[in-house]
Design a protein around this ligand. Structure first.
Ligand SMILES: [Zn+2]
Length: 370
């Protein structure tokens, strides 16, 4: 299972490995080490505080990998996010923690949001003795989005935008299975209020709500170092997915506010859920705002040309890059991302008074310019 993931760190890991083997079990002064022979590696990415990036396989989406971060200070460890559970990731993660000399009794996990690639291995960590934390807002997301009622709601909303019933159910199921729930899965956890701190030795990371990608998504912020763990707020590999959630009438509006706020926070060193920071974070945030605004403009233009279109009819006009021959060949989870983000744009345009929505006789939403 060779992947492009981790190849950047592979060479460093390989050179570190020979020296590493003499240190039996602890990381010593190495700055990288391999987690397996497939190119997945653990790399030191910051010194004060000491931060390690554990890159794990990301399945189901086009993103090649997902990050877990490990902060060490003295005997204490903070783990940020868990990676996706699969046949190999738990072994890779545990190997990284053992090699880093992490004592589970002095380790805390913080999950930035409820998606399975960020919280799906919390049970394994809890069973090893790690204390699991998350924001109250993320716990609320877990409670709400993991219920069958919510899956039905998402399917109904898709049908209400003109998606066929069978496809709506398939798409809703694909994202529904992507959300974890610590209470349902009996993972003992402690929920923190916004602004609470997560400590690791000398360092106090502040919890900062960053809604949009998920309503409860929460970043960790260390102002004195300009360092933040930002989950999936903003990525460099792609624009992070914004779906309608039903909790807010305007998920895209929430995301735009979050991106503008993050751009103003003075984050110099951002550690992302996927990939690495590739430039000034504020520029990426504002570039992403502009990207969303261009897409909303496309939706307005399409409705201007074809007034009374359904949400589903408008999806292709929003300018998605879909590398598949036909719609049917696009995986259900990707179709969900495309349709639900299109709906989030329509919600945003209705909420900001630029579009008007009315149900037709079949109960399907149709859109006009306001
Ligand atoms: Zn993610």
């Amino acid at each position: 299972m060779t992947s492009s993931a981790g190849q950047g760190a592979e060479a460093a890991a390989a050179s570190a490995e020979s020296r590493e083997e003499r240190i039996s079990g602890v990381v010593g002064d190495a700055r990288a080490f391999a987690l397996d022979s497939d190119g997945f590696a653990c790399t030191r990415v910051f010194d004060e505080p000491e931060v390690w990036r554990v890159e794990l396989l990301m399945s189901q989406t086009f993103l090649p990998s997902v990050n877990v971060f490990v902060v060490r200070d003295g005997a204490e460890t903070l783990i940020v996010d868990t990676g996706t559970p699969d046949d190999y990731n738990d072994t890779r993660l545990m190997r990284a923690l053992v090699r880093l000399g992490v004592d589970p009794a002095h380790a805390t996990l913080f999950c930035t949001h409820a998606h399975i690639d960020h919280s799906g291995q919390a049970r394994e960590l809890a069973e090893a003795g790690v204390r699991v934390t998350l924001s109250r807002a993320t716990l609320a997301d877990m409670r709400r989005f993991s219920t069958p009622t919510y899956c039905d709601y998402m399917a109904e909303r898709l049908v209400g935008e003109g998606v066929g019933a069978a496809e709506a159910e398939e798409m809703a199921n694909s994202i529904w299975a992507h959300v974890t729930d610590f209470e349902r899965d009996e993972v003992p956890c402690r929920a923190l209020a916004a602004g609470d701190v997560v400590r690791c030795g000398r360092w106090e990371f502040m919890t900062v709500p960053v809604p949009g990608h998920m309503p409860g998504q929460t970043a960790l912020w260390l102002p004195e170092r300009g360092l933040a763990f930002t989950g999936d707020v903003v990525l460099y590999a792609c624009s992070t997915c914004i779906c309608f959630w039903g909790g807010s009438d305007d998920a895209l509006g929430d995301q735009l506010s979050t991106l503008r706020r993050l751009a103003d926070m003075g984050v110099e060193h951002a550690f992302l859920g996927h990939g690495v920071q590739e430039g000034v974070l504020a520029e990426r945030c504002l570039g992403n705002v502009a990207h969303h605004e261009r897409r909303s403009e496309r939706a307005l233009a399409a409705v201007g040309e074809r007034p009374g279109s359904t949400g589903r009819e408008l999806v292709p006009s929003l300018g998605w890059h879909v590398p598949f021959e036909t719609w049917e060949k696009v995986p259900a989870l990707t179709r969900w991302f495309l349709v639900s983000e299109s709906v989030a744009h329509l919600d945003h345009l209705v909420c900001t008074g630029r579009m008007r929505r009315e149900k037709d006789d079949a109960g399907v939403n149709r859109y006009w310019l306001a």
